[in-house]
Structure formats: C-alpha cells, structure tokens
Design a protein around this ligand. Structure first.
Ligand SMILES: CC(C)[C@H](C(=O)O)[C@@H](O)C(=O)O
Ligand code: SF4
Length: 422
C-alpha cells in the first residue's frame, strides 16, 4: 500500500443495527473480519464496531473532518459524491480501481464535462434538501448528468447547511453524474472548524485562506446549465422504481398513458405494477407498512431532529413498523444527548445502532415481500430493501409523518395541524 496514512476504513453495509456483534450471515462476517485483518496488516486506520466513529462512511468521514475542500476523494461506493458538498472532487470507484489506488495512490481518469445545476429561489417551510434533489431528478431524469460533474449553484444552495448540502450531493449519482459538488463558503469553514482531522488554530486559518480560492469563478462557463425553481417546490414522494419516478405529495400516481415516449410508458407501467399502485390514486391515500429513517442521504443529526420534531408527542400507527438508524456512532450519541431517542421510542419507533441498515438489503434489516416502505434513503430499485419490497423515497419529516398517519401526508399540513392542536 502506497499511502496508508491517507486511507481510512469503516464498516457499514453489513453491520446489524441491533445486537451488532452477532453477525450471523457468513459472507458479511467474512467481509468484516477480512477488513479488520487487512487494516491491521497494512496500517490503515479503521473505525470498527468498537469505535464511536463507526458508521456509514459518507456520514462519519465528513463528521471527523476527513473531507476538505479541494481534496480528491475516492471510495468503493457510488455515494462518495456526498463529499462534494465541501467542494471536494469525490466519486465512487470499482473494486479493481480501489486496488489500484491502494497500490499507487492515483487513478487514470478522462476529464468529465461540467454541468451547472442552478437552483433559483428559496425552499419553503416543510420543503427540504431531500425534496430539492428528488425534484431535480424527477424533472430531468436519472441520466441527465451522465458524463458530467455537477456544480450546484444558486440562492437555495447557498442557504443550505452542510448536512443539507450533503443530502443534495449524495444523490448526484442518481442523476447519472460522475460527481456533484458545491463551492465552499463560510458555512463550509464553520462546519469544519475544530473537527478532529482538520488543521487546528493558525493552520486552520491558513487552510481557509486556500479553500476560499476554490469559490466559483466570476462568469464561470459550463458545458451545460439547467435551472430549477425552489420557490414552487412541494414535498416529494417517489411512486416508482427509480429515483426519477417521483412527484409532489399533493399529486396522484401517474397514468402511464400520459408519458411521452413508448419507453417511458412501458417503464411507468412496469414500475406501477411492481409497486402495487393504481394510476390516479392520490399519493396521500397510499398506506405504508414500514418506515426507515437513516442512510447516508438522511442519517445525520439534522435529519433526526427534523423527524423527531414531527414525531414528538405522537404514536406510530399500529399498522407500521418504524426504525430510526443514526448514520454514525457520533450521530447516535448526539441524538441521545438531545433526547431524540426518547422522543422516538415514546412514539413507538425503534432506536438502532449506526449502519446502512434498510437502505439496502445487505444486513438483517430487510422488508418482507410486498411490504411498502417510506424511506429516507436514495434508491427505490426493485428489491432494494428486500425481495419484492416497495420503496418510496421521502424526506425525514415526511417519513416521520407517514409513520404516524400510516400513509403519506403533506408534512406542511401536518405542521399546521400540530400547531392548531397545540
Ligand atoms: C454496495 C455498494 C457498492 C453500493 C454503492 O456503490 O453505492 C451501495 O452503497 C449502494 O448504495 O447501492
Ligand atoms: S447508506 Fe445506503 S446509499 Fe449510503 S452507502 Fe450505505 S447502502 Fe449505500
């Protein structure tokens, strides 16, 4: 290994989120044991199950301050695009490329084209970064950014916290992009200050002076520009089996006949059948069996706060199983300090340990065939959360409201209702 000092590891995909040391799946067990052994043999820092920093790599990395503006970051995982939120060039690579990087610390790449995704206006109350990226992908499709690196710009992006920016960049890959990034600014520097793996004291100020140079050039030219209006965005729910098959919670399940091309019609038909839905059904009349709050898209502390704010004082519907899975050990500890775990458990949510959990069916958290899940993760492919499971992607607040009502609800009405009752 060329640079063990620049390499970090954790365990996330196949870690059980309850009784975490009891890994019964032999392949998962072997993978985890092999990683431990390799890290020990090659001197790589590993955040293992005993570490409070163990968690989903895209949650715990930034949290530790490992992600800096201007860095090139690779990981054997497609959602590495998350780290672009800091103005890093971060992308997922395949296993043989991982091997190449470990041996040489370099990678041959062809230059990507540049795409500006300009978000005009501001998000309205109850509309989140998750709705924003789901809305962009619903509008432009799951392959519009193929061959490009996205730069997200515009007023709405500048107004986002680092955690919200990570949610947006996380799903760049669902738009087909090689990577997605946001130019660093004061929000970025404030987030990084004092974290374990950033320079401290005067060295930090010197780093900031360098990072400031990474702001978007005045009059920068891109290969392509698309625009999106944040002002008119409504909370989103996906109805199909790709992240682009989404709509507003106030809308209905679409009619395949209304799509323009034959391919789209066929894809919609197939997706609606798999999802067990009927065209024309209001999204708010779709009942859910399961709610998953977590993942590298929405398993950060702000996400858990948003979900807890909705859940507080209510009970999960008797027809629903709901789990909350912090993205990292530190998110878990912070949430417990703030009493969020108590809010969730009193409401009837299960409070779990950090891991990828039900984002993908590679650990004990799996849907049963036919079960329908409101999920804060990023992929709703067939079988993603378990064979024949049905996934609807939503924001944390929307997921929490769905857990309580037992169906999708417009969280903007929900907040109104809460206020009236209070
Ligand atoms: C299993 C892993 C390689 C995969 C990825 O690359 O993204 C997973 O994290 C996912 O979200 O589908
Ligand atoms: S949380 Fe989900 S999307 Fe993120 S790395 Fe894990 S499996 Fe992939």
């Amino acid at each position: 290994m060329r640079r063990p000092d620049l390499t970090y590891a954790t365990m996330d995909h196949n870690v059980p989120t309850k009784d975490r040391y009891n890994i019964t799946d032999p392949i998962s067990k072997q993978q985890i044991d092999t990683l431990s052994k390799n890290c020990a043999d090659f001197g790589v820092t590993l955040f293992d199950l005993d570490s409070i920093d163990q968690g989903v790599v895209h949650v715990m990395g930034p949290e530790l301050g490992l992600t800096h503006p201007g860095k090139t970051i690779v990981c054997g995982d497609s959602h590495t695009s998350t780290h672009g939120a800091f103005g890093a060039l971060a992308f997922g690579i395949g296993t043989s490329e991982v091997e190449h990087v470990l041996a040489t610390q370099c990678l041959q790449q062809s230059k990507a084209k540049t795409l500006e995704v300009r978000i005009n206006g501001k998000l309205k109350p109850g509309v989140t970064a998750k709705d924003l990226i789901l809305g962009v992908i619903a509008k432009y499709g799951t392959d519009f950014a193929t061959g490009y690196v996205i730069e997200y710009t515009g007023e709405a992006i500048r107004g986002l916290s680092m955690e919200e920016r990570m949610t947006v960049c996380n799903m760049s890959i669902e738009a087909g992009a090689r990577a997605g990034l946001i130019a660093p600014d004061q929000t970025t520097f404030d987030y990084l200050r004092g974290r374990q793996y950033v320079p401290q004291g005067e060295a930090f100020e010197a780093a900031v002076a360098e990072w400031q140079k990474l702001a978007t050039d005045e009059g920068a030219q891109y290969d392509w520009v698309v625009e999106f209006d944040a002002d008119s965005l409504i909370p989103q729910v996906t109805w199909g089996t790709s992240p682009g098959m989404g709509t507003s919670v106030t809308a209905t399940v679409p009619n395949p006949a209304d799509f323009t091309t034959e391919n789209e019609r066929k894809a919609a038909e197939k997706a609606i059948e798999y999802m067990g839905l009927t065209p024309g059904t209001p999204m708010t009349e779709i009942p859910v069996d399961y709610v998953f709050i977590g993942s590298c898209t929405n398993g950060r502390i702000e996400d858990l706060r948003a979900a807890a704010a909705v859940a507080q004082g209510y009970k999960v519907s008797p027809n629903v199983t709901a789990i909350v899975v912090p993205g990292s050990g530190r998110v878990k500890i912070q949430a417990e300090k703030e009493g969020l775990d108590a809010i969730f458990t009193e409401a009837g949510f299960e409070w779990r340990d950090a891991g990828c959990s039900m984002c993908l069916a590679m650990n004990p958290d799996v849907l049963k065939p036919g079960q329908r899940c409101a999920s804060t993760s990023n992929r709703n492919f067939e079988g993603r959360q378990g064979r024949d499971g049905r996934t609807h992607l939503v924001s944390p607040a929307m997921a929490a409201a769905a857990a309580i009502e037992g169906r999708f609800v417009d969280v903007r009405d929900w907040q109104f209702k809460v206020k009236q009752e209070a």
